[in-house]
Design a protein around this ligand. Sequence first.
Ligand code: ACM
Length: 674
Amino acid sequence: MKYSIIVLLAVFVSNAQMKKEQLDLMPWPQNINLTAGTYTLTKKFRVNITGNPDSRLFTGATNFLRRLDSRTGLFLEQAYVNKRNEFPEAELQIHCDRNGKVGLNEEESYQLSVTSNKIAINATTDLGALHGLETLLQLMQNNGSSFYFPATEITDSPRFTWRGLMIDAARHFQPVDVIKRNLDAMASMKMNVFHWHLADDQGWRIEIKKHPKLTELASDGDYYTQEEIKDIVKYADERGIMVVPEIDIPGHASALLSVYPEIGSKKSGSIPYAVGRRSGIYDSALDPTNPKTYQLLGEIFDEVCPLFTSNYFHIGGDENNGKEWNVNPVIQEFKNKNKIANNHELQTYFNMRLIPMLKKHNKRLMGWEEIMTKEMSKDAIIHAWRGGNEGVTPGGALITAAKNGYNTVLSNGYYIDLMLSVDGHYLNDPLPKDIILSPEEKSRILGGEAAMWSELVTPLNIDSRIWPRTAAIAERLWSNDTITDLKSMHKRLKVISSRLEEVGITHIRNKEVILRNIANYQNTEALNDFTNICEPLKNYKRNGGGKKYMMYSPLTLFADACSADASDAYDFNKAVNQYLENKTADNQKIVTDYLKKWIKMNSDLNVLSAKAPLIQPVLILSNDLSSVSKLLLSAITEKKTVNKTVLNDLFEKINKRNSADIELAVYDSLKKLI
Ligand code: ACM
C-alpha cells in the first residue's frame, strides 16, 4: 500500500510540468519552450543518425551513450553508434544535413525536441548536433526511481563564433590528459576554440625535428611530441573545437634564446640567456634585424603549421619591453637606416615579415593587442587583453581594433588566473548594449577567450582555476545578451560544476588530494570547511611581483586548495543580508550556526596542526576568525556589547597579508554584522 503511494507520487512529480527556472542548462539556449509530459529513459533507449555527418558525430553519440549510462546505471543495450540509419525506430533521432568544418563562422545551430515517446535533434551540421546532445544531457532529471527528460522544444545557436579557452603549457607543462579532459569540458559548454600557448620564457613545449635542441635544452623534458599534437588536434576536432597554437615572439622568448642566443638582441659579452624560472616580464627578445631569426622561425613554422588544421596562428607579440633593442648598436643602426621611429614600429616590421611565412601554410596571423600599429596588416587578428570593450585605446583595444578594420577577440575581463569572482567575468560582454559601433564594426568582434596563464598552476590544481568560472564565460559568449541574472547563473553553475566531473574535470576531487597532504593524512574536514570561506590572493598579489613562486616551487599549499568564489562565503553573505533585513530567529540561526562552525573548525585546526606543520601558516587567520566569531556570537545571542576597538583590531589583522597567501572571503559579510 505504502509502496504504491510512493510510486504514484513519483509518477505525479515526474509528470508535473517543470518550469524553465528549474532547469540547469548552461549556456542557456536562445529559445526554450517546455511542453507537457516527460520522456522516461529505459535500457532500450537507442540513438539513430541520419543525414550526412562527419565521423565525429558517431564518436560524439557513442560518448553521449556512455555518459548517459554512467549517470543512470541503466546498462543501455546499444553499445556503439557507428553506422548511418542503423536503427530507424530508435527513440533518439539525430539528423544533420552535412558535416561541419571546425572553424569560424560555421553553422552550429540545432533544434531539440523531446516528447513523451520520441526525441529529435535536427541540425544543419554535425557540430550543431553535438551541441544538441550536450543540451540533452543537461536536461536530464530524476524522480528518485527513474531518469527522464522533460518535454521540450529548443532552438539554439551561438551569439559569437569565437568561444575560446587559452591554456598556457609553457610556464607549467600540462600533459596530454590535462588538455584532453579540458577539451571535453569545453565541448560540454559549447566552446569551440582552444588556444594553446606553447612557448614562453619558462619553456619550449613542442617537438621540432629539425631543431631537437629546443626541447632537449629548453623544456626540462616536458614537451609535446608532434604525434601528441596531432592526436590532440584530432581529439579537439572530434569535439567541434579548433586548435590555435601560439609561439610567443619576439619577447617571451628566453627558452628559445637559451638554445639559439645568436638570434637574440643582447649585446655581445652580456650574461647568457637561460630558461626562465620566475614569473614576470623578461627583457629577452629576438633580433628583428638578423636574417637568421627569420630563417629559424621559418623552419619552426614549417614544422608547426602542418600539425594544426585551423587557419590561425598566434604569434604572441605581448610585453616586449624593448630594453635589449635599445642598448644594441646594430639594432639602433638598423632603425636609423630604415627610418623606423620606435620599437613599436620595429616590432611591426618583424610581425609583417612573419605574415607571408604563415600565409604559405594558409594561416592568418593573430597576436596580442601590442601588434596593432598603423602599419600592421588588417589581415591580422587582434587579441585584446589589457583593454576591453570601453572606448578607444588605451583601455579598449577591442573597440579600437574593430574600428580600425581588424577582426578581434576579447580576453580582457576573462583572465581567470586573476582568481576573481565569476560575477565580473560573467557580466563582461564583448559587445555591451551601449556600444557605439557600425554593424560592420560589430561583426569584426569575433568573441572572447578565457585566459589560463600557468605561473601558479600544475596538473593538480589547474582545473579548479579554469572551472567552473569558464562555464559562465561560455554562457556569455553563446547565449543571448539578455541572459545576465547572477542569481540564476550561480544556481545553475553549482549543478554544472558537479557535472564537469563526468567528463573528467578534477576541480572538486583534487582539493581533497591537496588537503590530505596538508593534514598529514589526518581528518581533512576542518581544513575543507576553511577552504570554503578562503580564497587565494587575487590580481597576482599571491606571487609578490612574480618573485615568490619559482616554476619549481610547491603549489600544494592551502591557497592551492582554495579557489575563487568560496562556496560558504557566497551562502553566508546571503544569510547575513537576509538576517539584517529581517531579524527572525530562523534567519539568526543560519548566521550563528556559521559562527559556531568556524569556532569549532579553528579549535580542530589547532589540534591537527600539532602533527601537520603545513597547517601552521593558516592558523593566524583562523584564530582571528574564531575570535571575531566568538565576539559576534555573544553580541547576537546574548546581546552583549562588543568592544569595538578589539573587534576592529581583529578585522585589521584579518585584512593584512598573511603568509598563507589567502584572504578571508567572509570578511565583508562579517563586518556588516558589527
Ligand atoms: C599577456 O597576458 N601578457 C598577454
